[in-house]
Design a protein around this ligand. Sequence first.
Ligand code: SAM
Ligand code: DTB
Ligand code: SF4
Length: 337
Amino acid sequence: MNHPPSSQIGNITKKQPDPRTNTAVTNSSFWSISQIEALFDLPFNDLIYQAQFVHRQHHDSNTIQLSTLISVKTGGCSEDCGYCPQAARYHTGIEDQDMLSLDEVVTIAKAAKEQGASRFCMGAAWRGPKQRDIVKMTEIISAVKALGLETCATLGMLKPGQAEQLSQAGLDYYNHNLDTAPEFYSEVITTRDYQNRLDTLEKVRRAGMYVCCGGIVGMGESRNARAGLIAQLTNLDPYPESVPINNLVQVEGTPLYGTEALDPLEFVRTIAVARITMPKAIVRLSAGRREMSEVVQALCFLAGANSIFYGDKLLTTGNPEVEQDKVLFKKLGLQSL
Ligand code: SAM
Ligand code: DTB
Ligand code: SF4
């Protein structure tokens, strides 16, 4: 078999200990934006070949991880993220909802497990949690963990000590996205800055949790900005264990509604570049799947995506029906983890 030359894949040498298991997470050496842009610029077939090659070195080629997502607190958020239907200042028709009760979350988590999900992700429309929110979340996290599910939460910016409390309650992953390149960030969000995001990611790492961190494409950013996002992610030390790549779900009333849609092949390229630069990470084909054809989704799996959100809803917008996903897995011969 003709292997892609390693010079084109990057010099994968640096070893980093995994915070929990102490097994080696292989991190790539530093990736410059121009090296990443060179990957984006490859002929499509060569890029996909390299991504598949890297994928098969580190993952089972026909296995995908299923995460179910729920919104534990919806709408009314103080931030101004230009993509988000939950920001209070945009009029998107989303109904605000206070925090769900422990029983409500456990019932939904049990159903997710029965459907085959291995991880349960809980999202909240907060700039960051207050201490009373952390107290409720720790009860919820412990109860979900006790069902035998992996736990993930995305609650916004964390204050000192909060990551430790979440970790002690049994939180496995904290999701906190860098969303886009630093240069494009202020075009999308003005109520916080890039360094705020990096600071929370650092707190999550120090508390010993796995990092789930990715971004959104299709927000009108340039290819250079997509490469800049990937550079930020891969050059985190170590790079995130879980990397969600979202395609913007356009919601009427948000500033980004009406943005020219990203070419689906460019989305596939972004997945491939994430796979090549973060070989051991789980790369999640995240928001935007309902708007994608089966063929594009299949290309994303070929390019190295090995996780999806599974369940009929994301936080406030739709996701493919579970039955529809089961049919797709059968057609593609995919097994869940
Ligand atoms: N409020 C917390 C925060 O922003 O970190 C957690 C919840 S927030 C909804 C989680 C992530 O959802 C965002 O960082 C963003 O990447 C993603 N997201 C939100 N709205 C989206 C949309 N319309 N399309 C794609 N991804 C979206
Ligand atoms: C992530 O990267 N994508 C998810 C999850 N992490 C929290 C959120 C997608 C939200 C899509 C818009 C909505 O449903 O409100
Ligand atoms: Fe609030 Fe998170 Fe939505 Fe931004 S992405 S408006 S912080 S819920």
